[in-house]
Design a binder for this molecule. Structure first.
Ligand code: ZN
Length: 451
């Protein structure tokens, strides 16, 4: 459905093509639009817009046009009638403004000039647009509402012009989770919503709107803004801000796309724990857990999903033709591109699951063990990073415990950053160079700063 930028694009095109021309008469081919037959010898003085409504300002009438799902205009000389053409506005220039609507959902309302169109439906209940509404007005309208903010932004009586695509984009840019209740949105978040709505919509208008499926602004032209969308229709793709995976959920029955790391459902801190593969980070995570903090091991999440998530299993099987972990391990160990493919398939499930765990618990801080945090560019998902840095002795002990040979170690380290590189990038470094008790003391010291 065209939203404000698309309707504005149509308006600008119509203005440049038919303003000041006169509608001599109107041919109507579908009875729903019969009211248009009363337009005769009417000059088009101007074309305005409110939200998603076009307003043709004629000499004796105001004609309101709502394109709904598929309404389209084109201007032609001697048009050949298509089966979805429902109205011909015959102009004094010899051209015809054609209204085409595959689904016939579009609506026209014709008012004589003595009626104040803003005081009657359909415009009466249309709220102010992002370009005119003040943050305090938006705040006033939503601060006592329990509905999700996404649904409130789609309510044209609250704010007009925003549809499903732009609501997702605006909330992403404003870092507001679409399911947050209206009453939790602060005044400064309302400011952010409006600022982002203006920026995104202005940009889209400059690009002729967004074409997804069927939108054609005018004379069959498509928009170009779809290439600039950040989250809408990007399920499973990586977030342009943080590298997390875009998720699709339903809000009020509408498909909704978001990044759960950027658009947090509530205030919480996410701390990553990383290190080389024999660094003792799992031990460190256990210690943090024993100190009373919520911890998540992404390796454990993966192993759990590998057994229980049918969708992920199907995707793996479809590509690798096996669900045997040792065969898979062999495959990815020898083929870099197979390793990348397995990551591409599984990591989105792993991160979605991590955020599900977070949503279902109610902690203010989470410690997450992420083995290849930097190598896979996941660091921006987290607020802080702690690296566990082993001494050579500790590393040798861990390798012996886990039966890791030098050869395997070298092969694995080929694709990993060194301990030194990881430590240089991390916010905090915990040296694992002595006993478990000393590791515990060091962890406690770091937590004093992090928490
Ligand atoms: Zn993100």
């Amino acid at each position: 459905m065209p939203e404000l930028p698309e309707v504005e694009t149509v308006r600008l095109k119509l203005l440049s093509t038919i303003k000041n021309k006169t509608i001599l008469n109107v041919d109507v081919f579908y009875s729903k639009y019969d009211c248009l037959k009363s337009i005769r010898n009417e000059k088009i003085l101007d074309i305005n817009r409110l939200g998603k409504f076009l307003i043709f300002n004629l000499e004796h009438f105001n004609l309101i046009s709502h394109l709904r799902m598929e309404g389209k205009y084109r201007v032609e000389t001697n048009p050949v009638k298509d089966k979805h053409d429902h109205v011909f506005f015959n102009l004094d220039s010899g051209e015809t403004l054609v209204y085409n609507d595959k689904r016939k959902f579009g609506v026209f309302n014709l008012f004589s000039k003595d009626i104040d169109i803003y005081k009657v439906e359909p415009l009466l209940s249309v709220g102010a647009e992002p370009f005119t509404i003040k943050p305090s007005e938006l705040f006033e309208k939503i601060h006592n509402k329990s509905l999700p903010i996404k649904s409130l932004l789609l309510d044209q009586s609250i704010i007009s012009g925003i549809g499903n695509i732009y609501a997702d984009e605006i909330l992403f840019a404003s870092k507001i989770h679409p399911l947050r209740q209206g009453k939790t949105i602060t005044l400064s978040e309302c400011e952010s919503i409006i600022d982002n709505a203006i920026r995104i919509m202005t940009n889209s208008i400059k690009n002729g709107g967004t074409t997804i499926r069927s939108f054609e602004s005018f004379n069959g032209e498509s928009g170009h803004f779809q290439g600039s969308l950040s989250v809408h229709l990007k399920e499973g793709k990586r977030c342009i801000n943080c590298g997390n995976y875009i998720k699709k959920i339903r809000v009020g029955g509408r498909g909704t796309y978001l990044c759960e790391a950027c658009e947090r459902i509530r205030d919480f801190k996410l701390i990553a724990l990383t290190g080389t593969f024999a660094s003792g980070k799992s031990t460190a995570l256990k210690i943090i857990n024993s100190l009373g903090y919520k911890t998540i091991s992404l390796d454990d999440v993966y192993n759990d999903l590998f057994i229980n998530n049918e969708k992920m299993r199907k995707e793996i099987f479809k590509h690798f033709n096996t669900l045997d972990k040792s065969i898979l391990r062999e495959l990815i160990y020898n083929e870099k591109c197979e390793n990348e493919k397995l990551k591409e398939i599984t990591h989105k499930y792993v991160f979605n699951e991590m955020f599900k765990i977070i949503e279902e618990s109610n902690e203010s801080i989470y410690f997450v063990e992420v083995p290849l945090l930097y190598e896979d560019s996941y660091e921006k998902i987290f607020d802080n990073v702690i690296a566990v840095s082993p001494s050579e002795d500790i590393e040798r002990i861990i390798m012996a415990e886990r039966h890791i040979t030098e050869e395997v170690y070298d092969k694995v380290m080929e694709s990993q950053l060194s301990d030194k590189e990881k430590c240089a990038k991390a916010d905090y470094v915990i040296k694992n160079d002595s006993s478990i008790d000393s590791l515990k003391i060091k962890i406690k010291n770091v937590l004093k700063e992090v928490v």
